[in-house]
Design a protein around this ligand. Structure first.
Ligand SMILES: [Zn+2]
Length: 303
């Protein structure tokens, strides 16, 4: 895969009027034609998990700063983090801010961190909802979706700064978490294939940060904690993850103090669809005009 082919796909997407260059690398606007693909993927994902009794919840693309600290995201992916800053100064400091802006200088030093950060994964806000006593015997299930942020600016349209994730999360006992993972490995593969996508399942190899990250990456590989659905997205030669099954074991249970029905530390697992990446995979596979996609794919997305 060359950067040329990745850049070529980005140019095709923009020229076709599906997405809009929003001013910095990795940031895109979307037109209605693109958003109709997104709506179809979200609706199909919801239908695939309907009947499991998951509580459907939506959260803003911001999470409390304390939540980011407790998920260990800063340990694993500090380089992907997005933090919100705001102005809290007086008139004098305001004058300094304006002078810096006018002079074309770096003005961020005048700002202070707000109590919120950008959400890196859709499921993070659901774990604090599971505290305050043992979970029911059947555990708890959530369907959660929305905008996420990861700072990895790139010419590759599959690496958007802001993108949608749609997840089905289970929190409960180890057997329930295992069953949730197995079920969604099968369901996820069937769902992606029903859209005509060519999908493989592979053990994930996430880009954990720094020296400690090498250890975390080795664990992830050895224990197959995260499995990814990979498909051609920006290039036909290389596959990109468009979804994943994540076995957290007792990580969130310990971090947030969640108890299973029998009073043990809760286990959790989630199935996540990268909604925007799936949209791009469909455009790569079936062409840039959704009106001309195969009838069976259109029927799956827009029944
Ligand atoms: Zn998740």
């Amino acid at each position: 895969m060359t950067d040329d082919s990745i850049g070529a796909f980005r140019d095709e997407l923009i020229d076709s009027g599906l997405v809009i260059d929003a001013g910095v690398e990795g940031l895109y606007g979307r037109t209605l034609a693109y958003e109709e693909i997104v709506s179809g993927i979200i609706a199909l994902t919801t239908r695939t998990g309907a009947g499991d009794g998951a509580m459907a919840v939506h959260f803003p693309p911001l999470i409390p700063r304390w939540l980011l600290e407790r998920t260990d995201y800063l340990k694993s992916f500090p380089d992907l983090t997005g933090s919100v800053h705001t102005f809290g100064g007086d008139d004098k400091r305001h004058a300094r801010l304006l002078a810096l802006v006018d002079g074309g200088h770096d003005w961020v030093e005048v700002l202070e961190p707000a109590e919120v950060v950008l959400r890196p994964a859709a499921c993070h806000p659901v774990y604090p909802l599971c505290t305050g006593g043992p979970l029911p015997t059947q555990g708890r299930r959530f369907e959660v979706q929305g905008w996420c942020f990861r700072h990895e600016p790139s010419a590759d349209p599959a690496r958007m700064l802001c993108f949608r994730m749609h997840e089905f999360v289970y929190v409960g006992d180890p057997d329930g978490a295992g069953a949730h993972s197995e079920l969604w490995l099968k369901r996820g593969a069937e769902m992606f294939e029903s859209m005509g996508l060519d999908v493989d399942v592979v053990v994930a190899n996430d880009p954990f940060f720094g020296r400690a990250g090498k250890f975390l990456a080795a664990n992830q590989l050895d224990d197959a904690l995260k499995l990814e659905f990979v498909s051609p997205v920006s290039s036909t030669e290389t596959r990109t993850a468009i979804g994943s099954v994540n076995r957290h074991q007792d990580h969130f249970g310990l971090t947030f103090g969640i108890e299973s029905a029998d009073g043990e530390v809760a286990h959790s697992a989630c199935f996540a669809v990268g909604v925007d990446r799936t949209a791009l995979a469909l455009l790569k596979r079936h062409g840039l005009d959704p009106g001309r996609w195969p009838a069976e794919v259109r029927a799956r997305l827009w029944p």
